[in-house]
Structures are given as C-alpha cells and as structure tokens.
Design a protein around this ligand. Sequence first.
Ligand SMILES: Nc1ncnc2c1ncn2[C@@H]1O[C@H](COP(=O)(O)OP(=O)(O)OP(=O)(O)O)[C@@H](O)[C@H]1O
Ligand SMILES: Cc1ncc(CO)c(N)n1
Length: 270
Amino acid sequence: MSERGTDLPNVLTVAGSDSGGGAGIQADLKTMLALGTHGMSVLTAVTAQNSLGVQGAWELPVEAVRAQYRSVVDDIGVQAVKTGMLASAELVETVAELIAGTDAPAVVDPVGVSKHGDALLAASALDSVRTKLLPVATVATPNLDEVAQLTGVRVETETDLRRAAAAVLEYGPRWVLIKGGHLAGDAVDLLTDGGEEHWLRAPRLDNRHTHGTGCTLASAVACGLAQGQSVPEAVAAAKEYVTGAIRAGFALGGGIGPVDHGWALRRGTA
Ligand SMILES: Nc1ncnc2c1ncn2[C@@H]1O[C@H](COP(=O)(O)OP(=O)(O)OP(=O)(O)O)[C@@H](O)[C@H]1O
Ligand SMILES: Cc1ncc(CO)c(N)n1
C-alpha cells in the first residue's frame, strides 16, 4: 500500500477556473492538497483572469456540469462539497439539486463579483441562490458585498454582522459565516447557526496580495468537515489557514497577487 493510506477524505469543488491560478478551482485544489485531502473538481465556467481582473468568462453547458458531478460522486464518492462561481440561474439550480441528492456536507460560497468588481454571477441568478442553493448549504460563506446583494443588509460595523447573519439564515443554510474581510480594523468574521455565535478575529494584514481569500477559506472549511470536524472546529482551522496564506501572499503580475496556499505545507520545514 502507498503512504497515502486509505483514509484521505475526498473533497469536491464545483466552481469556475481562474487562469491566473489564484482563485476559483485552482485555489480550491491547492487548499485541498495543503490540508491533507484528495481534491476533485466540477468545472462550471472558464475565466480569462489575472492579477489585473477578469478579461472574459464562459460558462459550461448544464449537461457538462451534471456529467462531471455524476462521474465523481457515483464512482469515487465525496466527504464534502464546496461551491464557488456558478455563473447562471440554470447552473445554480442544477448544482443545488445535485447537492440535495448527495449525502455530504456542503460549503456554499455564493460568489458574486471578483475582487476587481467583475461579475461572476448573472443578476438573474440571485433569486435561485436565495431559494435553491442557500437552503442546501451546511455552511454559507458570503462576503459583505454578497450579503448586501442577497439580503439588502449593508454592513458597516461589527454589530451589523449579526443582522446580516440573521438575514442570510432566513434562507435556510444550517450555518452562516459572514466574512468581514472588507471592513476596516481587524479581519473579523461571524459564524452562527442562529443559536451559537463564534467570532473569528485575526489581525488585519498589510498585504495587498489577497486574490482568492474567499475561495481558500471556503475550501478549507470543506476539508475540515470532510475530516470529521464540527462546523465551528472546521471554520476556526480554516481561518488560521487563510490568515497564514494571506501573510505569505506574494506579488504576481502587475496587480493583486495571490495568497500562498503552500505556506502550511512548509510549516516546520524551513
Ligand atoms: N487584509 C486581511 N488581513 C487578514 N485577513 C483578511 C484580510 N482580508 C481578508 N481577510 C480574511 O480572509 C477571509 C476571506 O474574506 P474576504 O472578505 O476577503 O473574502 P472574499 O471577498 O470572498 O474573497 P475573494 O472574492 O477574493 O475570494 C476572511 O476570513 C477575512 O476576514
Ligand atoms: C473563477 C473565480 N471564482 C471565484 C473568484 C472569487 O473572487 C474569482 N475571482 N474567480
């Protein structure tokens, strides 16, 4: 038997490709490798993207998404699913239906726009995210722009995060992790299921190379869940991983560089 052993959990990302390698499918798979899981992917869209922005985006046909998902789940099996860019209402609804039929926790990152403000989800898909995708989520991980788009709640202070969380929970995810990364001050996120409340606080790092933070955090949560952690445990570990990745983020191209997914692999070996 190889050293891999037989207990490496399988984690599936359903997301778009970022040609620059910092966000999307590429960030997800790198996170899954770094955190000791076997990463697999269902591609929903292809973007021409780099450190300066998104130059083009093309979504895949619904049949292609459905076929990839079936290939993975029916043969290999998954211990957790993570979703990212889903592009259109049709794809959002297809993926929600596929997740509903899968016996594994789902981390839903309701990706709306890229860090540069480029749309990665059609405005006409918002309602499907609210009524079809959020209800099948074990954890939903919106950032503040996505919260505003989905619920109309505008977050300006840490206290507003509570109101935002309550508004997202109305749509039915089991847990919500509101990412306060775009607020001033500490990088504070709020995880709640409407009963328990967990505040995750990290110092704001003075590094502009933060491309892919959201994808990385959501994938790390999926890895923890696949490894049998509870939602609060998986989120706490994911926050530590993404904070380390931002600290190690590096310049690439002429704009915003990526976080460094490999930092945790090198931990203790320098
Ligand atoms: N400068 C920073 N220093 C420390 N932590 C940060 C910083 N910026 C973001 N974070 C943290 O990174 C995680 C991702 O949050 P963020 O709000 O950046 O996601 P996002 O906007 O969805 O990212 P993206 O769209 O680039 O993938 C959160 O835990 C947030 O608090
Ligand atoms: C493909 C893709 N998915 C997600 C994000 C999140 O910002 C991005 N920039 N690109």
